[in-house]
Write a protein that binds this ligand. Structure first.
Ligand SMILES: [Fe+2]
Length: 353
């Protein structure tokens, strides 16, 4: 019987999964994302270097690669945007769609750390997209798979015809390593720099917690071609469209996962990553906390630009110049802005009309 994916002419991921960014200085990046923004370090690859950080129990929401030398080995691909596939069948089917469109995958296989089955390819302007299935979840003890299992699981260059359930596979492998000392790279890193990791951040010195990766923006040279690529080929729903901005969501999603922005003179690139906070008051706390820590807030207030995105937000950049937005969107949660007015407000613009 044919699956529903075989009736589709587009890739149709189910959600935005994670973003890969570049950093200039490793210590700065670690301090910023882990110590200041509260991301939890999951894994750390030493050769070639890469850091994997999470917001919840998924192995990583953010992967970080050194700008210099990080791509020498050819398997870390640097800046990329990863979309989650519903089943392994959907991932395999997307290979057929790529072939029909004559798009050569940049890489496929199974990645470690993270255990995800994956295909990388480039959009019509060269941005790197990853389709991922089966990203590992991190258990109650906060530990990902031990380092010794990576080589057993990683496959680069091909996708297997069948896969085994993650739990079964891990149980089998752990038997093989029974009695041997296993190491977890993030824990090793903690030992080497003397820091302990707080997996929960619920009771910590950081007065907020990021809820999830919300959406990202990219600058486009030709917005019509890019909009067609992401809607017709990737299968995203268009939530808003103008000559200069197009907002798209994973099929069935009610809030954008991707915003395309026309920048005819500039270069195509990732222009902003937006993370959603748990509550409005935590967004306000976050703004104050970051200012005290010396982070320059470029904008804070309410944005309702008519492009399907309505949010309270703060904009700032990381030490490597990546543009970040932290938001609280009443619309995303089905709330009305006027329903409750909090006591404290974001500073630059009135938060509530
Ligand atoms: Fe990735």
């Amino acid at each position: 019987m044919k699956s529903s994916s075989r009736l589709s002419k587009s890739v149709r991921p189910i959600d935005l999964n994670h973003i890969g960014i570049l950093y200039d200085d490793e210590r700065e990046a670690l301090r910023f994302y882990r110590d200041l923004l509260g991301f939890t370090m999951t894994d750390y690859a030493s050769v070639p270097r890469a850091m994997f950080m999470r917001l919840n129990n998924e192995h990583h929401s953010l992967s970080l690669f050194p700008r210099e030398g990080g791509q020498d080995a050819g398997i870390w691909l640097g800046e990329h945007e990863a979309w989650e596939m519903e089943t392994y069948e959907h991932l395999l089917f997307s290979l057929e769609l790529l072939s029909k469109k004559k798009i050569e995958p940049v890489l496929m296989g199974r990645r470690m750390p993270g255990s995800n089955y994956t295909i990388y390819f480039r959009d019509s302007e060269g941005n790197l997209i990853e389709l991922a299935y089966g990203l590992e979840t991190v258990g109650w003890n906060g530990k990902p798979k031990p380092f010794q299992l990576w080589a057993e699981l990683e496959r680069i260059g091909t996708l297997p015809s069948k896969i085994t359930a993650d739990s079964l596979e891990t149980d089998e492998l752990m038997k093989k390593f029974d009695g041997k000392k296993l190491t977890w790279t993030a824990s090793e890193l903690a030992k080497s720099n003397g820091k302990k990791y707080d997996a929960s951040r619920e009771i910590g010195r950081i007065p907020f917690k990021i809820s999830r990766l919300s959406y990202y923006s990219i600058s486009c040279k030709n917005i019509a071609t890019m909009a067609s690529f992401y809607s017709s080929f990737l299968g995203l729903d268009v939530k808003y469209k103008s000559k200069t901005r197009v907002a798209l969501a994973a099929p069935g999603g009610n809030y954008p996962d991707l915003v395309l922005e026309l920048n005819a003179k500039g270069s195509n690139s990732l222009s902003k990553i937006c993370f959603e906070m748990r509550s409005y008051s935590e967004l306000v706390d976050c703004s104050e906390f970051l200012k005290r820590a010396g982070v320059e807030i470029e904008f804070e207030g309410y944005r309702h630009t008519g492009d399907a995105i309505e949010e309270f937000c703060i904009d700032f950049e990381d030490p490597s110049g990546n543009q970040l937005r932290f938001s609280f969107s009443p619309k995303l949660r089905g709330l009305k802005v006027q329903s409750k007015i909090p006591d404290r407000r974001l500073a630059l613009k009135p938060a509530f009309a």
